[in-house]
Design a protein around this ligand. Structure first.
Ligand code: ZN
Length: 243
């Protein structure tokens, strides 16, 4: 089975697809600092590759990625481009409503950036009221990753993301610039909320250990994440959304 990209179909192909299928995959990411070694587009690039591979394996159409996300906390780092939570919520909801007009009733959102989650959750609840089931998948929460990476390697721009980048697009990773940095503590840690920015905790943009990244670990992480996503898409495919 080959991947089915909505943006590569003609309207006639799309008509045919939507006549037999009511589900799509929507990748959402961010353009934000990922340490000195990783590309700014890490989050949308990984989300899109997972989504496109899952599409290839399931025959479910994949949409082009929504690149910009809720990343204001990284704003002090050059190149970070962010949108507000309200903007992302209404943009994604508009996309879902347009899809619903073509008969889509189920959307698997592949979210590449944790900061997007509040906005996506809120859009998913609103979509459900309108009869569309939107589920959200996040690759980095997968328990299997803990058997490949230590706690310090699982942070933002740390070994896990760097390794997946090394596997997917090694030419975009500058491993000679990779650093390890222990994030500073804030007085609210474990107690509540601080309107924190990345530069409150780290200077490099890396949370934890990134110098241990490898292509091999990245491949194992990506494949585990893909397996889980394929299972999820298959499960959602056969669901009948309740009105
Ligand atoms: Zn990221």
């Amino acid at each position: 089975m080959s991947e089915v990209k909505l943006d590569e179909m003609s309207w006639q192909d799309a008509k045919e697809y939507f006549s037999r299928s009511d589900i799509v995959i929507l990748p959402v990411g961010s353009v934000e600092q990922h340490g000195p070694q990783n590309p700014l587009g890490t989050d949308y690039m990984i989300a899109y590759r997972l989504a496109a591979e899952a599409s290839r394996r399931t025959g479910v159409a994949v949409l082009p990625p929504v690149p910009f996300g809720v990343s204001e906390h990284h704003s002090r780092f050059p190149g970070t481009v962010w949108v507000s939570e309200e903007s992302l919520r209404s943009y994604v909801l508009d996309v879902i409503r347009a899809l619903a007009a073509h008969g889509v009733r189920k959307v698997v959102v592949v979210n590449g950036h944790g900061g997007n989650l509040n906005a996506l959750r809120s859009a998913a609840m609103a979509a459900r009221r309108e009869g569309v089931l939107v589920v959200i998948y996040q690759w980095w929460t997968l328990p299997e990753l803990r058997s490949i990476f230590s706690e310090e390697e699982l942070g933002h721009a740390a070994s896990v993301e760097t390794s997946v980048n090394l596997y997917l697009h090694p030419h975009l990773v500058k491993m000679d610039r990779a650093v390890d940095e222990k994030p500073a503590r804030l007085p609210t840690d474990g107690l509540g909320y601080y309107p924190e920015r990345t530069d409150d905790r780290v200077r490099s943009g890396v949370f934890g250990v990134s110098t241990t990244a490898s292509k091999d670990k990245g491949e194992r992480a990506f494949q585990a994440a893909l397996e889980a996503l394929v299972k999820l898409v298959e499960a959602v495919k056969s669901l009948e959304p309740r009105p």
